[in-house]
Design a protein around this ligand. Sequence first.
Ligand code: PMV
Length: 362
Amino acid sequence: MLSPSDFIPKNYPKTVENGSFQWSAPSNIALVKYWGKKENQIPANPSISFTLKNCKTITNLSFSKIEKTDNFSFDLLFEGKSKESFRPKIQKFLERVEVYLPFLKEYHFTIDTQNTFPHSSGIASSASGMAALAVNFMSLEKELNPEMTEGYFNQKASFLARLGSGSACRSIKGEVVIWGNHNQTENSSDLFGIEFSELHHNFKNYQDTILLVDKGEKQVSSTLGHDLMNGHPFAERRFEQAHKNLSQIKTILTNGDVNEFVKLVESEALTLHAMMMTSMPYFILMKPNTLEIINKIWKFREQTSIPVCFTLDAGANVHVLYPANVREEVLQFIKNELVVHCQNEQYICDEIGVGAIEFTKF
Ligand code: PMV
């Protein structure tokens, strides 16, 4: 089994003066949820997610060699403009990953980033943002060590992204990604995500329409949320359930059983929210419109037998999941019945994607 020290490089055969890279990395939506963590961003239970395609962060990393300093030297731009409010988060990330990327203090970096989804849409940008940054730094490490394999590149990129934001490790490579030790998943690890490659064609191009119910700031930050699982009265049972649900959903995703998928995914979403409602302090992150939407999805499913379902992250927005072959009917239903429950009638059409993509080489 790999340990964090396996990601500490020994020495680099090459030197590089300056250059730039550009990568996009997507967001992801968990089917079995990660909720609860230990020290160093180690998950309390394994999780699995669909990688998204359209909701992504595009990050350009420029670098030029400097005299090694005691501090990190970097400028931050968000959509072309200076963004000092991101500095503490990036600083913390650099501190956490420095031991694994020992060249960081030998360069000045300009990190220029933009998201494809609207600001403050309530969609977590930390997963796509941290993943995009991690792959850029790995591109630089690959210049310093051209022998690096693609497998190592992706594994270490996921490892680094995890140190930025846990679920970001599921945004590097693969349509479906598993993260966290799971005794029924070979090569699974708490340190990085691995690709699940047995996806049945029923799930190919699976659709995710994200209904923006509440675009405001998150009511509970994910750091605080994960902390709520420490000493939570139901924590141990929940972690056990996540292991079982992961085994079960792997079978479902392999066999193509869309009806079983619906049950498991909705149960996971409601369990995540139940954990928040039963913690101390307690939170209700759904809004009345979240419940309106859920009830309408259930009614539509009952009437049409179309296997459309919902999942939620730690907020009020609803991800509507459905097979690609019923896209037209479901989009019509969404427009006719669900959009009225969204803030400013806003929603985002997305589907399963492949992971991070490099745009340019220097
Ligand atoms: O990666 P974080 O620390 O923002 O946590 C994400 C938690 C959930 O989105 C609620 C679940 C998940 O597995 O993505």
